[in-house]
Design a protein around this ligand. Sequence first.
Ligand code: FES
Ligand code: FES
Length: 162
Amino acid sequence: MDEFFDATITVNGKPVTRRVQPRQHLIDFLREELGLTGSHYGCEHGACGACTVRVDGEIRRGCLMLAVQAHGRSVDTVEGLTDSGELGALQQAFHERNALQCGFCTPGMLLAAQELVATCPDATRAEIREFMSGNLCRCTGYQAIVDAIEEVIATRRKGAPR
Ligand code: FES
Ligand code: FES
């Protein structure tokens, strides 16, 4: 018989409590229990970054973390970060640079890019490529993604709003 655990997680700023199975992954919890389908299932073993979410302020693979491990912690998804406007500059740059085609990788790309922009405001193009190398894209060839992130970093460096 399956055991259950009452997990309370602050998701996009709001506490939620659900009875979860200990083996349920965080990405499944977010998508299936809460309907937050912006973060995607890709490889489901930590290789592609499609499932990227933020846990206690740092990006994590939602497919490598159990929902019970997020008990008592704060989780942000692309939906919450879009609503807060935190991703606005990157979303605009991705749009303008055609940095997405099917969009499957894009939520994970945006969360990873936001962490880079926040933690490494002087990142070079090579550093952007290195940092983003854990997020895979089958469509774009990566150039436009790197262009978009580079533009956001350059604009911030100049002190403009983006
Ligand atoms: S689905 Fe999690 S890294 Fe690919
Ligand atoms: S835009 Fe299709 S996988 Fe990246």
